[in-house]
Design a protein around this ligand. Structure first.
Ligand code: HEC
Ligand code: HEC
Length: 270
């Protein structure tokens, strides 16, 4: 797979021509009719994330099969969630799968005594993240002489259903031209984790809506992508910063979303 980075970054533009309604591209769609095909996987990932399950909770190897009872329950739940929002919240996407499920297959109906009003506990301190506009100046600086950078390593893909698989990758940045080579297929969005190795920080318009966590170095980036059922989060974590030819760069980058975890382990930066 050889893709120009410019094309990879295009995922930020959501509208796609020929984005047919999902019932025309898939075999067994009863509730999601009219949904653009490109939105199917984000919706599925959102539901999986809300319930704390992998795709295998509702699906067998044949995605269109209705063999698993949870799949049919999910259909009634989608209709119910839509009805609640229409009837109670003026059609605004207020109640989502996660409002009730909170990462569990079965929501808990009884409140926990630990949450009694007199039992006010300080939460764990939350590290403050910043908006992209404030993070951009913290991107790794590149000395003016560097015109070309080659990042090599291994990329691993894991979906929670099958064993992790991995293969080598090479990211080559040469002036304005960037290529990413790997035999391992993975969601193209994951390649966004490689943006930190570019010789210039991505334009602010590409980072809009993102939040960055800074702890000396850039350590994480979070983002939410809207779907018709709720916002789907994804995250990139950077670790193992080392000095690479005078520039401090991370030797580990991990992209996480409910459906996949993609880990880049860098072995050399030239
Ligand atoms: C909570 C249950 C649930 C989970 C978890 C789930 N799905 Fe689904 N999936 C459904 C339902 C329900 C449909 C059918 C929607 C309809 O009838 O409109 C569907 C349909 C699909 C289809 C279309 C199949 C066809 O040809 O008709 C695909 C592909 C799919 N899901 C992929 C995934 C992937 C990938 C994941 C994991 C990221 C996932 N699903 C997780 C419930 C689920
Ligand atoms: C208003 C609260 C609420 C919302 C919103 C909600 N659920 Fe549920 N869901 C429940 C409850 C309660 C149960 C358990 C019902 C039971 O115990 O029989 C459940 C059960 C389920 C189950 C069956 C669990 C199993 O054993 O496999 C699935 C699948 C499911 N929900 C999917 C979804 C999806 C997908 C969404 C969003 C489209 C959603 N739910 C939104 C309350 C909710």
């Amino acid at each position: 797979m050889r893709i120009a980075f410019a094309a990879l970054v295009l995922i930020f533009a959501t509208a796609q021509p020929n984005d047919l309604p999902v019932e025309q591209t898939k075999k067994n769609i009863k509730v999601l009719q009219g949904l653009p095909s490109s939105q199917l996987i984000p919706v599925m990932a959102f539901m999986s994330n809300s319930l704390g399950v992998t795709c295998a909770h509702c699906h067998t190897k044949a995605w269109e099969s209705d063999e698993k009872p949870a799949k049919e329950v999910a259909r009634t739940m989608m209709a119910m969630t839509r009805a609640i929002n229409e009837q109670q919240f003026g059609g605004k996407l207020t109640v989502t799968c996660n409002t009730c499920h909170q990462g569990r297959v079965k929501p808990i109906a009884t409140p926990d005594i630990a949450n009694a009003g007199w039992n006010v506990r300080p939460g764990a301190p939350v590290k403050a993240s910043v908006v992209a506009e404030d993070a951009i100046s913290r991107f790794p600086k590149t000395s003016a002489e560097v015109k070309r950078r080659v990042v090599r390593g291994r990329v691993e893909r894991y979906n929670g259903r099958d064993e992790p698989v991995s293969g080598p990758f090479t990211l080559t940045i040469d002036g304005n031209k960037t290529t990413y080579d790997t035999e391992l297929s993975h969601p193209p969005e994951a390649s966004r984790a490689l943006a930190i190795y570019l010789l210039a920080p991505p334009g602010i318009e590409k980072l809009r809506g993102e939040r960055w966590l800074i702890d000396g170095d850039l350590v994480a980036r979070t983002r939410e992508t809207p779907t018709p059922f709720g916002n789907l989060p994804d995250q990139i974590d950077y670790a193992d910063y080392r000095n690479a030819n005078g520039v401090r760069l991370p030797f580990r980058a991990q992209w996480s979303r409910a459906d996949y975890r993609v880990t880049f382990t860098v072995t050399s930066i030239e």
